[in-house]
Design a protein. Sequence first.
Length: 94
Amino acid sequence: MINIQDKSTPESAVTQQNIQNWLVDYLAEVLEVDAKTIDSTASFDRHGIDSASAVALMSDLEEWLGAELEPTLMYDYPTIETLSEQLSVSLPDQ
């Protein structure tokens, strides 16, 4: 499991921006690159995320959000931008 700086569950309502920030930081750590190089409109596949990495990411994201997520979400919403947007509207207020 990746240990990113802001691993704690969000204390306020989940927003698209804080989910997006978490995903960018997560990918930057996994890929060992600067977060500024992560394109939120590029597909997870383009970032080099394979199925094993996707499972780990979704597991860590579930833990961070404190919510169970469908395992296919990354395939239905294949970019940071689309996934964070979907999660921000579909998750109950925290």
